[in-house]
Design a protein around this ligand. Structure first.
Ligand SMILES: *Cc1c(COP(=O)(O)O)cnc(C)c1O
Length: 463
């Protein structure tokens, strides 16, 4: 759908831009368990509770806007992924989705490994005690300083992303007297989005080294020739918010083909293949995500089959879910400020946050749902657009949704499935104070990332 507006405004457009919304749910008070964290429910008074705590109490204690993260759900999802893949595979949580020291400790306790892609993420991981050998370091332009820190710390793998990086990492490893374990990230010519994927020979993007034209084979050749690098496998990450396994199938087939070429040319069977992350979650009731067990079985079947036909030993598989672990575990709680009914269009509901705490709607046209959570209501559904308080008309949190027509300023509304890529992409636009992340578990709530303060803003502004 295009978001381009008619120059004279939508009322003057020849054709009204169609909303994405389907009909309102039969009962707006019902919380679809697909999109809400596991312990979310409504209490006897109709208010939403998470981890046994009502939102009114959370709002009073922690303020709004705020992200509330269901810790037991997060841990359960980690365990589900670890169990599904079993001891012969590795699950790396993609820290860029949301990372804090508490999260790093949960990951350790639940047996997951961690992907980082910057010095800041690496520092957070190490500071919270993640063993370096369980960390993978990613990125298409790691700085020399970042590579040095990763090598010094002894990270389990660095994922090489370019020809320059092969020699850069090799040089740094040699000067530290270590043999660094590395993977090579290849681009397999698969572009996957939600319900469809496109398989091509080439991919026009910045990550990785193309399989096409023998580029990846050349990268393997150069890496194997360097003593300070230990090539442990090939890495491929094909996209995000994917439901269709067919893209992974093409990706795995092309990676296995490369493994076979490497064996034929060098007599080496690389022991690992990493199929990346990108598994989809439910943002609205229309999304149907797969369970980790299904995903694990599908991926392992694909790799096993491809290796059998190439007569290769089946490599150890790793995966890197970010969104699929943390996304569904949190919601953002907002207070309604103003309500503007626009006759014949929709009602604009303004909240006390916006694109500074959730950029995904503006950036990717992402879809979210929303619910009135401080009470139930028997009022008729009204079509709303939930917008923020920023000086920008693209400041939209939920493009099209239904809320009860008796919605009033002061009501609390919540947007579910905001655990991934919301706090981690949050900004200070308009000098907004980035909201806290509050972990809730078994009747207890604790801040794991505190709210920014005006002093924080002034501290960075050195005059
Ligand atoms: C972003 C990213 C992931 C995680 O993606 P999700 O969609 O959050 O699962 C995994 N691996 C790599 C290399 C990534 O860049």
């Amino acid at each position: 759908m295009s978001r381009s507006a008619h120059p004279a405004g939508p009322r003057h457009a020849d054709v009204m831009t169609e909303g994405h919304y389907s009909a309102p749910a039969a009962d707006l008070n019902v919380l679809d368990e697909k999109v809400w964290a596991r312990t979310v429910t409504r209490d006897a008074d109709g208010a939403l509770t998470v981890g046994g705590i009502a939102v009114a109490r959370l709002a009073e204690e922690f303020g709004t806007p705020a992200y509330f993260l269901d810790e037991s759900d997060f841990r359960a999802r980690c365990r589900a992924w670890a169990d599904a893949f079993g001891p012969d595979a590795d699950v790396f949580y993609a820290g860029k989705a949301f990372l804090s020291r508490a999260v790093v400790r949960w990951l350790q306790e639940e047996g997951l490994n961690l992907d980082v892609c910057s010095g800041g993420e690496l520092t957070t991981a190490l500071d919270a005690g993640m063993p370096a050998e369980r960390i993978a370091f990613h990125g298409n332009n790691k700085t020399v300083a970042e590579i040095e820190r990763a090598v010094e710390a002894g990270v389990g793998r660095i994922v090489l992303d370019s020809f320059q990086e092969i020699v850069r990492v090799a040089h740094i490893a040699r000067s530290h007297g270590v043999r660094q374990r590395v993977q090579i990230r290849v681009t397999v010519g698969v572009e996957a989005h939600t319900h469809e994927f496109i398989a091509t020979a080439h991919e026009d993007q910045k990550f990785g080294i193309a399989l096409a034209d023998g580029q990846a084979a050349e990268a393997v050749r150069r890496t194997l020739a360097l003593d300070s690098l230990e090539l442990i496998g090939i890495h491929s990450h094909i996209g995000s918010q994917i439901f269709d396994m067919a893209g992974f199938e093409v990706s795995a087939r092309r990676v296995v083909q490369l493994l076979a070429e490497v064996r034929d040319e060098h007599g080496v069977e690389l022991p690992e293949i990493d199929l990346g992350g990108g598994l989809g979650i439910a943002y609205t009731s229309e999304d149907d995500p797969r369970e980790p067990h299904d995903i694990a079985k599908a991926l392992s079947d694909i790799v096993t089959r491809e290796c059998e036909s190439a007569k290769l030993r089946t490599p150890r598989i790793s995966v890197e879910p970010g969104r699929a672990i943390v996304g569904p575990t949190a919601f953002t709680l907002y207070e309604v400020g103003t309500i503007k009914p626009l006759e014949g269009l929709r009602t604009y509901v303004s909240v006390d946050g916006g694109m500074s705490d959730n950029i995904r709607t503006a950036l990717y046209d992402a879809e979210y749902s929303v619910a009135l959570v401080s009470r139930t209501s028997e009022a008729e559904p009204m079509l709303v657009r939930v917008v923020g308080k920023h000086c920008e008309s693209g400041d939209i949190v939920v493009k099209d949704a239904f809320l009860p027509a008796d919605l009033a300023p002061g009501d609390l509304i919540a947007v579910p499935a905001t655990g991934a890529y919301c706090r981690s992409m949050a900004s200070n636009y308009n000098h907004a104070l980035r909201p806290p992340v509050v972990a809730v578990r078994d009747g207890e709530a604790r801040v794991i990332v505190r709210r920014e303060t005006e002093e924080d803003l002034l501290r960075l502004d050195v005059g």
